[in-house]
Design a protein around this ligand. Sequence first.
Ligand code: NAD
Length: 515
Amino acid sequence: MPNGALPDTRVLVDRARTALERCGATHLPEPVGAPGRARTPITGQDLFPVEFDTPASAEEAVSAASHAFTSTWRDTPAPERGRLVHRLGELLREHKEDLADLVTIEAGKIRSEALGEVQEMIDICDFAVGLSRQLYGRTMPSERPGHRLMETWHPLGVVGVITAFNFPVAVWSWNTCVALVCGDTVVWKPSELTSLTALGCHGLLMRAAADVGAPADVHRVVLGGAEVGGVLVDEARVALVSATGSTAMGRAVAPKVAARMGRYLLELGGNNAAVVTPSADLNLVVRGSVFAAAGTAGQRCTTLRRLIVHEDVVDQVCERVVDAYGRLKERVGDPFEGSTLVGPLVGERGHEAMRGALERARADGGQVLVGGGRRLEKEAEEAFYVEPAVVRMPSQSEVVQEETFAPILYVLSYRTLEEAVELHNGVPQGLSSAIFTQDQAEAERFLSAAGSDCGIVNVNIGTSGAEIGGAFGGEKDTGGGRESGSDSWKAYMRRATNTVNYGGELPLAQGVEFL
Ligand code: NAD
C-alpha cells in the first residue's frame, strides 16, 4: 500500500455524511435532474448518488437569486450585508474540520492542505467584512464652479460562480464573500467532482443567512457539469460570470458571455516557473520548489511546473531536488494519514495526462531523474496515486509549454538572465512565477516590466500558496481576471460617475457655449 493501508470506502461514506449533517446539508437537493454521483479519489469508489440539476432547475435558481437581488439585497446597507459574511466566518471556524473532511474525501487533499483551504475561507470572510465598510468611491475636483464630481459603486446583480475541483471551497469563498458584501447575489456551479463539498458550504451559508435574517436566495447552488454551467453563461440575468478552471473552459465561456455583453472574470490554467540564479540560497530553492511542485499532487493552478536554473548550479540543484523527491516517494498515500505529503490524483484523466506527458518529454530528449510511476494497489484499482516526477529537459519543447495537471517538474538550464526571462515568458500561460536570488538587481529585473509577465511574481518563495490579501490571477491564457484581495472587489460592482450642480448656474464642461 502507498504509505500504509487505504481506508474502507464505507468509512469515508459515513465520514462524509456526518460532515454534511453537521454543516446543515442533511437534505440533498430534490431529485430534479440526471443522477450524478459523489466519488472519492482516495479509493476511487462512488460514495453515494447526488441529484444533478437540469437546465430548467438552474434557470429557476437564477430567477430566485435575481428576485432576492432586486427585492432586498441590493438595497441592504453594505455593513449590514457584512453581518452575513461575519456569521459565515464564525460557522466556518466551528466547522473547519467538517469542511476539511469533505475536501479531503472529494478532492483528495492531504489533511493540512484541506484545513489550510478552509482557513483561507475564514480569512476571506474577515477581509470581506472589513470591505463592507470600505467600498470607497472617489471625489474629484470639478472644473465647473458650484459642482461636485464623484464616483459611486453599485452592485451588479446575480454573479454566476463556476469553480474547479482543485480548490473546491476557497475559490467559492473568494467570489461569494466579496460578491455578497458588494450587494450581489450568487448562483454557484461547483465542479461536478466536488458536489458534496459544495453542499456543505451552502448548508453553512444558509445557516448564517437564517441567523442574521438575510434572504435564503442570496445564494443558490446548482450541481452538474458543463451543461448546467452553460445556463449561467447564457442567461442574461447573470451580470457577471466568474469562471475558474482550464483554459479550454475559459475559451468556451468567454465568447458566449461577451456576445450577450455580459461581464466575465476568468481564472484559468497556469504553467508556472521559478528562475534559480547562481547566487540563490539552495536551501530555499529545494524547500520552495518541492512544496510548489509536488504539493496537492501537482494539482494547483499555481503548481511549479518549470525550474529554470543557471548552468553553474543546475547539477547541484537537480541532485538536491531529486534527493528530496526520493524521500517524498514514501509519503504518497491516504490523504487522511498524518505522514502523507502527496495524496491521489483526482482521477484517471490526470493519470493519463501524466503518462502521456512523460512519454512526450522522453521523446523530446528529456531524462526522468526521479518518480513518474503509479502506485498501483489491487485494493484500489480506480485510485490514482503517483510518484511526483522530475525531468531534465534539453529545451522548452511543446510538452513543457502545456499545463499537465499532475506532479511533473521540468528542469531547464540557462546562461544569462535575459535568456532565463525569455524561457520563463515563452509559454502561453501567465499565472505565477518566482526568482530565487540573493542579488537585488536580479530580483528587481525580474519584478520589472521587462521581467516576468505573470500576475503573481515572487522573490525567494515558490509559485504556490498565495495569501488572500493580494489580488489573485494571471495574464495571457490564464484569463486576466483578479479575485480575492486588494481592489478586486471592483469586478463585482458597477461604477457610476455623478456630477451634482448645487450652484444655480449651468456652465458647460470644456467651456462650451450653448444657448
Ligand atoms: P475544468 O475546466 O474541467 O472545469 C472547471 C469548471 O468549469 C467545472 O465546474 C466545470 O463543470 C465547468 N465547465 C467546463 N466547461 C464548461 C462550459 N463550457 N460552460 C460552463 N461551465 C463549464 O477544470 P478542472 O479540471 O476542474 O480544474 C483544473 C483547471 O483549473 C486547471 O487548468 C487549473 O489550472 C485551473 N484552475 C485555475 C485557477 C486560477 O485561479 N487561475 C484556480 C483553480 C484551478
